[in-house]
Design a protein around this ligand. Structure first.
Ligand SMILES: NC(=O)c1ccc[n+]([C@@H]2O[C@H](COP(=O)([O-])OP(=O)(O)OC[C@H]3O[C@@H](n4cnc5c(N)ncnc54)[C@H](O)[C@@H]3O)[C@@H](O)[C@H]2O)c1
Length: 248
């Protein structure tokens, strides 16, 4: 039996990363599932199994280069890299501490850089590959109260374009996907902590022209398209999936 291609998914324990691991398993990949959340990763492994794939789970901080190299050495070269792990902090610039800035930039942007830097030489040696980095509409337009987050996601989009420019001729495609508001566990936590969760939910839904949030599965479908052969003419783009949020 020929081995299945491998997809390396970060942030795979929850939300968009979880849905992407399952979706790519359904598309015929085995999954290297990375996240800090060891318990959530077990749920992912189970769901990937039900989708017809196999997942190995790796609980580590994606900023840990040594752990990352160890996982890549142990699991093999991925045909697909989906950088999905991310965090946010709610504050305008003047209220953003240096600690919060550094944490958001290190996870959302620097770890995308280090993960791509670790994977790209392996992909090149294997003859090519596909990278999707999760940006956000917050990397395209100014979203209030999200200074560090907007900066990190703008960086992800620019970094992804540079990867496309450098490696397109060498068989690697790299795209950023830019979701609007997506009903993941993350958004669930923001709503639970809000003074008026129902009003906050309605306001978040209203930001999309479609009047609803997206689902993690819808974004996973976008990622599956970008890495598929159907997406072969899409490269270096900021692929927006936002229910029309940035159309007006
Ligand atoms: N939910 C949205 O509305 C939305 C919109 C646009 C972009 N995004 C982006 O999508 C991505 C996934 O978000 P989500 O909504 O699914 O959130 P989520 O909180 O449900 O999932 C994020 C996952 O990343 C993991 N993670 C965080 N820091 C990590 C680290 N240092 N090392 C390893 N894993 C780490 C978490 O444990 C979690 O499992 C993020 O990059 C986020 O910025 C989300």
């Amino acid at each position: 039996m020929t081995a299945k291609p491998l997809a390396f998914v970060t942030g795979a324990a929850s939300g968009i990363g979880f849905a992407t691991a399952v979706r790519l398993a359904r598309a015929g990949y085995d999954i290297t599932a990375a996240d800090v959340d060891a318990v959530g990763l077990q749920r992912t492994a189970h769901a990937v199994g039900e989708a017809g794939g196999t997942a190995t789970t790796h609980a580590f901080d994606i900023r840990d280069d040594t752990a990352l190299t160890g996982v890549l050495d142990a699991t093999g070269t991925p045909a697909v890299l989906a950088n999905i792990a991310g965090v946010g902090v709610a504050a305008p610039l003047a209220d953003t501490s240096t600690e919060d800035w550094d944490r958001v930039i290190s996870i959302n942007l620097t770890a995308v850089f280090t993960t791509c830097r670790a994977v790209i030489p392996r992909m090149l040696a294997a003859g090519g590959g596909n990278i999707v980095n999760v940006g956000s509409v917050a990397g395209l337009v100014g979203v209030g109260n999200r200074a560090a987050y907007c900066a990190s996601k703008g960086g992800v989009i620019a970094l992804t374009r540079s990867i496309a420019a450098d490696y397109a001729a060498k068989g690697i495609r790299a795209n950023a996907i830019c979701p609007g508001t997506v009903a993941s566990e993350w958004i669930g936590k923001i709503l639970a902590d809000a003074p008026d969760p129902e009003a906050t939910r309605r306001a978040m839904e209203a930001r999309q022209l479609d009047g609803r949030m997206g689902s993690p599965e819808e974004v996973a479908a976008g990622i599956a398209f970008l890495v598929s052969d159907d997406g072969r003419f899409v490269n270096g783009t900021a692929f927006v999936m936002d229910g029309g949020m940035t159309a007006v």
